[in-house]
Design a protein around this ligand. Structure first.
Ligand SMILES: CC(C)(COP(=O)(O)OP(=O)(O)OC[C@H]1O[C@@H](n2cnc3c(N)ncnc32)[C@H](O)[C@@H]1OP(=O)(O)O)[C@@H](O)C(=O)NCCC(=O)NCCS
Length: 172
């Protein structure tokens, strides 16, 4: 990645609702994720993201452009029960103007390091839609193992065809 695209991750903060609106409120961004969230849902999500780290059930970060300090996306992980096992699930978003520069891969690499140092769960899963080429490429690139294709409930009440990717966080 060139220095032009260098990013860091910072804990999700109180002032980050406008970023959330640009990410999960945008129909283009939510093509593979059941469509944009309503303003009410986004406000609820903002509160959950602010409290996630203190609750001990995960961490949410904004992705910040090192050069400008501008927020360009989000990445995080949270507790999930999957196939009777306690694991982390992860997900990522990068604003359209910043896509295709390796930012999601870099930010997710940084988030994985945090999940490893939390030491809470052995496995981190990602469930991109089978049609989400960029997200499936990210999983492959970061060393996730493809477990299976599965039906995944997201948003609650609607089912999509996803890949179950799993990364082993235990020290090698
Ligand atoms: C998925 C998303 C975060 C990728 O962000 P990004 O910063 O553009 O990703 P990167 O530049 O790090 O690219 C990651 C890989 O995807 C590939 N890729 C990017 N866009 C692609 C596309 N449209 N089709 C195919 N591959 C693509 C890149 O080539 C790269 O792989 P490579 O390094 O092997 O070449 C971004 O497209 C997004 O926010 N999408 C909407 C939200 C979403 O679907 N989130 C995923 C929920 S699981």
């Amino acid at each position: 990645m060139s220095d032009q695209s260098a990013v860091r991750i910072e804990p999700w903060g109180e002032g980050d609702l406008p970023l959330l609106e640009k990410l999960l409120g945008d129909p283009e961004m939510m093509v593979h994720l059941g469509g944009p969230e309503s303003p009410e849902k986004l406000a609820e999500r903002q509160v959950r993201f602010e409290r996630l780290a203190d609750s001990g059930t995960g961490r949410m970060f904004k992705i910040v452009d090192e050069a400008t300090g501008e927020p360009v996306g989000s990445v995080g992980y949270w507790d999930k029960t999957w196939r009777d096992e306690e694991v982390y699930e992860t997900g990522w978003f990068v604003l359209p103007a910043f896509q295709g520069r390796g930012i999601a891969v870099e930010a997710t690499t940084q988030a994985i390091a945090k999940a490893k140092s939390d030491g809470k769960h052995r496995f981190l899963h990602a469930f991109p839609s089978v049609d989400n080429a960029a997200s499936n490429a990210i999983c492959r690139k970061l060393g996730f193992r493809l477990i299976e294709e599965c039906e995944f409930e997201y948003p609650p009440g609607s089912f999509m065809q996803c890949n179950d990717w799993r990364l082993d966080l235990s020290p090698s």
